[in-house]
Design a protein around this ligand. Structure first.
Ligand code: S3P
Length: 190
């Protein structure tokens, strides 16, 4: 794991990172939910999935929101939910975001105010391996999945890199990744 040097550590608050909320970002299939759940268990915090918040508010599953209302409506709902995270007390939660949560700069600004942003990085070949049988990701249905993964990843790369920390996850188990994140945040306690 390394601290992102593009943006640097978020100086917005002088709260040590481990005492802030932990926000996981990254592509579909990056392991945000699995790692997030583990981290929440280790830290005895609440685990929150923004996709679940969106689905609950709509009374619909994510693919149904895409099918009935389209992607822009989904993104608006996503922005609204991300804006709500700020109300969570710092240090109370681990949050797993949807893969496109960082696409709007205002979303990233909201996430920054809500906690420390950790990008889980995975390369396209590994993502393809994990996602090739997925049926619940509307953006990856129809057409050649490898092409879709690669082109979306490329388009999003810069947005994902606008994080506080980047974790390379390939070849590591979810437990190892969660442990690495804790160690990293612990080290930067001052
Ligand atoms: C999306 C990722 C999905 C979900 C929606 C859109 C994206 O979440 O929010 O299908 O744009 O990458 P996961 O990253 O949890 O699959």
């Amino acid at each position: 794991m390394e601290q992102n040097t593009n943006e640097g550590w978020n100086p917005q608050e002088n709260v040590p990172p481990l005492q802030r909320n932990i926000i996981l970002t990254g592509y579909m299939g990056a392991g945000k939910s699995t790692v997030g759940r583990l981290l929440a268990g280790m830290l005895e915090r609440k685990f929150i999935e923004t996709d679940e918040m969106i689905a609950t508010a709509a009374g619909l599953e994510i693919p149904e929101i895409f099918a009935q209302y389209g992607e822009t409506s989904f993104r608006d709902r996503e922005s609204a939910v991300l804006g709500e995270l700020e109300a969570l007390p710092q240090g109370s939660s681990v949050i797993s975001t949807g893969g496109g949560a960082v696409l709007r700069p205002e979303n990233v600004a909201a996430l920054r105010r809500s906690g420390v942003i950790i990008f889980l990085e995975v390369g396209p070949a590994e993502l393809y391996r994990r996602l090739k049988n997925t049926v619940d990701r509307p953006l990856l249905q129809d057409g050649c999945m490898m092409v879709k993964i690669t082109s979306l990843l490329e388009k999003r790369r810069r947005a994902y890199l606008d994080c506080d920390y980047l974790v390379r996850t390939e070849g590591k188990t979810p437990v190892e990744i969660a442990g690495e994140i804790l160690e990293m945040l612990e080290k930067r306690r001052e």
